[in-house]
Design a protein around this ligand. Structure first.
Ligand code: PAF
Length: 286
């Protein structure tokens, strides 16, 4: 496995591998089983091509009061995981390699990205779209893999690829969970023991309500949303940022189940830690 630290090294590497399938797995590091499952998927899809992972804590997607400085950084351990999971090369630049101090151009999506996490974290998806665009231009992948845990991010990137004609296939990788259902996330490390014990309420409630929708327990998306909010709020340590039942492709709040593919989404604070999760309807219904 090759470690590439500069754009120049990356360009030389991509030129050398020209014409081969190349699957990109963008990450911010602090890798866990959720990320390595994306790498495993990439290795399977790449066949005789290359898997390029990127590790970059992207400053432009963090708000001023968010956890950019605290975000876990563990390059050595991350590189070992990448190597163990068959990644061909890792691009891990410093921030000044990726951004100029006086950068004036960014990439913005103006509908899907303004709801849900975008409403709570203004500018977050501008940062994501900008860095992913730069990574697409620099790495020229044939395909890219993102985790479904960041369901809105996946939808925004699909829209960006469609609207900007990036010649890149986008794949989503299933969310990997701890044994008690909590979605794996680098931010789980911030939780106290008590918060960690409380956090599985998110997945438990999402699944219960999804099963309820599948068995016609709720007369409308609104009643399902209320059940989501009540279920999660039953946990004393949970502070809801949002819960919603949305259309899986437009992310618009559903007004009716008629003809819809619902996705249940939630963002919940435990102390200062904000966790997100989402589920579709049980097998056969989503
Ligand atoms: O999902 C992430 O880890 C980040 O948002 C991404 C896609 C690597 C862009 O910085």
């Amino acid at each position: 496995m090759v470690l590439l630290r500069t754009k120049h090294e990356l360009r030389e590497w991509t030129a050398d591998k020209a014409g081969r399938p190349r699957i990109l797995v963008p990450t911010m590091g602090a890798l866990h089983a959720g990320h390595t499952s994306l790498m495993d998927l990439a290795v399977k899809r790449a066949a005789d091509g290359d898997v390029l992972a990127t590790i970059f804590v992207n400053p432009t997607q963090f708000g001023p009061n968010e956890d950019f400085d605290a975000y876990p950084r563990q390059l050595k351990a991350d590189l070992e995981l990448c190597s163990d999971h068959g990644v061909t090369a890792v691009f891990a630049p410093e921030a000044d390699e990726m951004y100029f101090n006086d950068t004036t151009i960014s990439v913005q999506e103006s509908r899907l990205s303004h709801r849900l996490c975008g409403a709570s974290r203004p500018g977050h998806f501008d940062g994501v779209c900008t860095i992913v665009t730069k990574l697409f231009i620099l790495t020229q992948p044939t395909a890219v893999i993102f985790g479904e845990k960041d369901f809105q991010q996946l939808a925004v990137i699909r829209r960006m690829v469609r609207d900007l004609d990036f010649p890149v296939e986008v794949f989503g990788g299933t969310t990997v969970r701890e044994s008690d259902g909590l979605a794996m996330s680098s931010r789980n490390a911030y939780l106290s023991d008590e918060e960690r014990a409380a956090a599985p309420i998110i997945e438990k409630t999402l699944r219960e309500v999804a099963a309820g929708i599948a068995s016609d327990r709720y007369s409308s998306p609104q009643t399902a949303r209320t059940a989501l909010a009540e279920g999660i709020a039953s946990e004393r340590l949970a502070r809801i940022d949002y819960v919603d039942v949305v259309d899986a492709s437009t992310l618009e709040t559903l007004e009716t189940f008629e003809g819809a593919i619902p996705r249940l989404v939630a963002a919940v604070f435990f102390g200062k830690t904000r966790l997100i999760d989402n589920v579709g309807l049980p097998e056969g219904r989503d």
